[in-house]
Structure formats: structure tokens, C-alpha cells
Ligand binder design. Structure first.
Ligand SMILES: C[S@@+](CC[C@H](N)C(=O)[O-])C[C@H]1O[C@@H](n2cnc3c(N)ncnc32)[C@H](O)[C@@H]1O
Length: 200
């Protein structure tokens, strides 16, 4: 991991990333489920933090009206390049940029929705804190932040598949309400908290 986080590249970036993700249960239905029941205004503006290959952005775009915009940021050019390829044939306006989630170049009160899946845990604590500060800044006052990330494992298929990996890395940082505490420091109020599977 470098100063800003773990940039996914080489065999773990682009098309390779999507193959690994599918193998570990994060195929299109996972992203569709992650987007859930989110409701957005016409001509919505959405930001996907740590967008990777754009799978979550693309799942979300299915629910958006024409004229909506989806902006994705990531620190890996390999991921962004593949995201642009995947998004090319879609109707929504997609824009992908190389940027770290704690240093956004968007104006204040700009987005209706900020989403992020499986990316915050790939950053060091200072970047996470900075990202939450930036989210609060760029979100409109009535805007929504949807965060999808590891949670404390419950018994189930996903937990069994991922079990060997739980002994490595610092995922536990994310289990014990770390995100909830960071969000409440920035007055982001919790509306709903759900498990998508036994680990996320
Ligand atoms: C596990 S992948 C998740 C990708 C995508 N959101 C998904 O759900 O498929 C984590 C992503 O976070 C990106 N990343 C890591 N640190 C970052 C940072 N500081 N700012 C933006 N992206 C970052 C990585 O390059 C990688 O694409």
C-alpha cells in the first residue's frame, strides 16, 4: 500500500480485477444488490469513490434517467482505463478521473449521491478520514452517501470463501463501527445499515 492506498494494477487491475471479483462473489448481481433501492432525482449527479473498473457505477446507471452524470475516481490508471471501456456503450454520461478520494476537485454541494464499494478499506486511516470530510463537502445538503464495505463476518458462504484472507490485512479496522464514527464526526446521519452477504 502506498501513501494514498492500494492501487489495483497488473493482474489485479482492469479485466483481471473483474475476473477475481466474480470469482469471489462480486459479479453484476452483487453490484445491483449494492445499489439497492436508491432513489434519485431526474438529472442526478453521482460520484463513485475508488470506482475501480466501474461495475458499481454501471449498475447504478441502470436506475438513472437520461441526462444524469456518473463521475468515478480511482488512483489506478489500469482500473480507470477498463472502466472507460466498459462504460462506452452506456446511455448515461460517465467521467472517470485519476484522483485520490481524500482530495476531490469538485465544488461544494455538487452531488446527489456519493457511493463507494470495497474501496475505503484499501486506504490508510488518514485517507479514510479525509475521504469522509470530502464526501460531506461535495454532497448536497439532502444528498445520500452509500458505503459498501467489509463488516464483521457472520456465518455464510462468503465468510467461508474469504476466511483464509481474514488472517491477513487490517480488515478488523472496519468491523467495529469505524466508518460509523467517522461519518458521525462529519454530521452524516445513518439512515440504514444492512448486510449484503455474510461479510459485506
Ligand atoms: C477492491 S477495489 C474496489 C473497486 C470497485 N469499487 C468495486 O467495487 O469493484 C478498491 C479500489 O480502490 C482504489 N483505491 C485505493 N486507494 C484509493 C484512493 N486513495 N483513492 C481512490 N481510489 C483508491 C483501488 O485502485 C481499487 O480500484
Amino acid at each position: 500500500m502506498d501513501e494514498k492506498g492500494h492501487a489495483f494494477k497488473g493482474v489485479f487491475g482492469g479485466a483481471g480485477y473483474d475476473r477475481w471479483a466474480k470469482l469471489f462473489g462480486m459479479g453484476f448481481s452483487f453490484y445491483r444488490q449494492a445499489v439497492g433501492e436508491v432513489e434519485l432525482p431526474r438529472s442526478a449527479r453521482v460520484l463513485d469513490l475508488g470506482c475501480g473498473t466501474g461495475s458499481l457505477s454501471i449498475a447504478l446507471a441502470e436506475k438513472l434517467h437520461a441526462g444524469s452524470e456518473v463521475h468515478g475516481i480511482d488512483i489506478s490508471d489500469d482500473q480507470l482505463h477498463y472502466a472507460r471501456t466498459k462504460a462506452r456503450s452506456r446511455e448515461c454520461v460517465f467521467r472517470f478521473y485519476n484522483s485520490s478520494m481524500d482530495e476531490l476537485s469538485f465544488p461544494d454541494d455538487h452531488f446527489d449521491l456519493v457511493i463507494s464499494s470495497m474501496a475505503l478499506h484499501e486506504t490508510p486511516p488518514g485517507v479514510r478520514r479525509g475521504a469522509i470530510r470530502e464526501i460531506e463537502r461535495v454532497l448536497k445538503k439532502e444528498g445520500l452517501f452509500v458505503l459498501v464495505d467489509w463488516s464483521k463476518p457472520r456465518f455464510g458462504l462468503q465468510a467461508i470463501v474469504w476466511l483464509p484472507f481474514l488472517f491477513f490485512g487490517s480488515w478488523k479496522d472496519n468491523w467495529n463501527n469505524t466508518y460509523r464514527a467517522l461519518c458521525s464526526e462529519r454530521n452524516l446521519l445513518l439512515e440504514e445499515d444492512n448486510y449484503l452477504n455474510s461479510l459485506v
